[in-house]
Design a protein. Sequence first.
Length: 460
Amino acid sequence: MTGFDLGALLAERGGERYDLHSRHLNHQLPRMLHTLGFDKVYERAEGAYFWDADGQDYLDMLAGFGVMGLGRHHPVVRQALHDVLDAQLADLTRFDCQPLPGLLAEKLLAHAPHLDRVFFGNSGAEAVETALKFARYATGRPRVLYCDHAFHGLTTGALSVNGEDGFRDGFAPLLPDTAVPLGDLSALERELRRGDVAALVIEPIQGKGVLPAPPGFLAAAQELLHRHKALLIADEVQTGLGRTGDFFAYQHEAGVEPDLVCVAKTLSGGYVPVGATLGKDWIFKKVYSSMDRVLVHSASFGANAQAMAAGLAVLAVLEDEDLVAHARRTGDLLRTRLAALTDRYELLHEVRGRGLMIGIEFGRPRSLGLRGRWTMLQAARKGLFAQMVVVPLLRRHRILTQVSGDHLEVIKLIPPLIIGEREVDRFVDAFTSVMDEAHAGSGLLWDFGRTLVKQAVAHR
């Protein structure tokens, strides 16, 4: 019997967490957290909340970048994982067909009845990689189009369709893919006429900046793609499984039926990494065209029993607790209350999004005093004002949020789908307090802004 004791190890060494990261992992992460005052020590978590050692609660409006769609430690998912471990299944033999992957595929496909088959991997990036490979092979064409400012993952193939230069810099050469402006049908058609395009991969709502595809764009793009014998890939890694108030975000627009759909994040239940690529029968049959090609695309940990059990439990919870409709109602309430503040605060430019995926964008104020402070921040680094709001939300109001991308004056809200009116009230009250300080020229808030400016200049 091994002497390993996880509880004892954490009790003995847990206090070293930031030092351990500094010495052995990405050393810039603890540095960034210390700089912003985000270097909290969270002791436990449940639902939409964390607690520190003093018993103070923190509202989670980030959900682990969308992974914690059901909140943390949902009892149904926990029980499913206990059950699957206790069952001691003959998992990952690689030469049998276990029931759980087939059952989860069946449940997922029921929400996309125009699709037929599923490949299970281990992450959103892997789901995108699968879609890129399948689209290229099925069409016999090399090039995939993507949209400016898109984020589809950071592995090399997914990075090739990433619209943010900051992620791409230094990793060339990448695959020969091409960006088109989001919503620009003329640019899309111009590229399609070249005859070498396999697919367009698109987030129905871009995570970076929370930018929805313009109304009608997905349907029109699908028609153009199919006319030129190319495929539509919907990246639903963040938007899927109820996040936007529909099971898939593409379903918001009538007639849109992507050829391939990528999902992950919420499907994990917050426990076991999982990704899935849903697709049409003819695409899968072309890729897996013979027994010789049975393993032409596979994943060592794909379709493992723990991931499949978590996914099945997540889908059951979404249905039993009616969380898709709940996300729509709660998101409408939160977005409406925040949008009502745009007339009150000249620094608040726009509130947009769908369901519980909301972007709060700040912009140049009209009044002279505020404009001078705004200009100071912008001259140092775009995005500092949004960071200036995010920090007091955590430090003073104990609410975790994020800036929605580098050099963006946008805060993104992607809370667990389970939040309700109490959490909406708490966020709106805290946000109002921070914005009141900003518009009053509060010394504390703008002093912090000047600190951010100095740090931004020092890091150039």
